[in-house]
Design a protein around this ligand. Sequence first.
Ligand SMILES: C[S@@+](CC[C@H](N)C(=O)[O-])C[C@H]1O[C@@H](n2cnc3c(N)ncnc32)[C@H](O)[C@@H]1O
Length: 328
Amino acid sequence: MRVFIELSGEHPTLPRAEALAAMASERVEVRGATFGPHLLRLDVVGPVQRAAHRLGLAHVVCEELVSGDLDTIRAFASSQELGGRTFRVRARGLDVDLDPQAVEGPLGADLGKTGHVDLDAPQIDYRVLLGDEFVLGRVLHRVDRSRLEATKVANRPFSLPISLHPKFARALVNLARVPMAGTVLDPFCGTGGVLLEAAELGLRGVGFDRERGMVRGTRTSLRSSADAPDLAIADAGQLPLRPGSVHGIATDPPYGRAASTRGEAIDRLYARAFQAFAELLPRGGHLAIVLPSEKWIERGSKSLEFVEAHALRVHRSLVRHFCVFVRP
Ligand SMILES: C[S@@+](CC[C@H](N)C(=O)[O-])C[C@H]1O[C@@H](n2cnc3c(N)ncnc32)[C@H](O)[C@@H]1O
């Protein structure tokens, strides 16, 4: 199947990396990929719909039906036999100054020969992207971005300014490539934002924090989750878990300033934690971790194999590096 994913464009590489990691998590085989800053087109085999439901940094995921100039798209639309089913056509320009309605109208007329327009709840939701070429697709999934905004940290029962925005917490979970119904660990769980997203994706969560208040607060925030995670007070360098007992790790450790380390130097904490993670992960298991500087990538590479990094500038003195490592 060919699919296209309209990326959120909030970062030049992270949305694409999230989408590819979500495919890998669901064992979707990607046979080919082309991309621009806002669009990722993939040739895939496997449960792509399940992977689509994981995404946070995307808008719409479609099965690609045809691409080319307007005549090609219209010829395809005219050849469709909808058998009276309802449909909708929505067009969107990708960095081009084209009027969407000039495309929606003629396509609607072509498809209307055998189907009926329903703008609110159609059986078939067509989407046309207008760029260098036109791409027509059928919507498989729309990312619920308002849900990701509604669970913004400040709206949760327990919140502190240290938390990642839910959409970036979700991307972090996806980067850890945990398979369906697998277990994801956050050993620096703080207010529980990463575990909340893991629960939304149907993953089993395990969380630790050295501070009792954090563990209590996270428990309150996650009480309403269908599958509440296992939480306990523990040091990230000495976790009470058997090796191989989690499928992946997604975590946002202290950066050495606002978040507490109880006076421990950050390089010592990271060295201990990387070592513990390497001993805990199964072979092929991934660590997705937010680091405050690129220099820690080298330290992580002493314990695990480096896969990718995406720098996200938060403000003048904070750049979050979303990094992925794998246990070889
Ligand atoms: C940046 S915050 C995590 C933010 C989290 N992503 C959230 O959504 O709230 C880092 C957390 O690590 C905890 N921490 C610091 N040192 C630790 C250690 N050695 N072991 C476990 N947790 C630790 C702190 O108490 C803090 O809650």
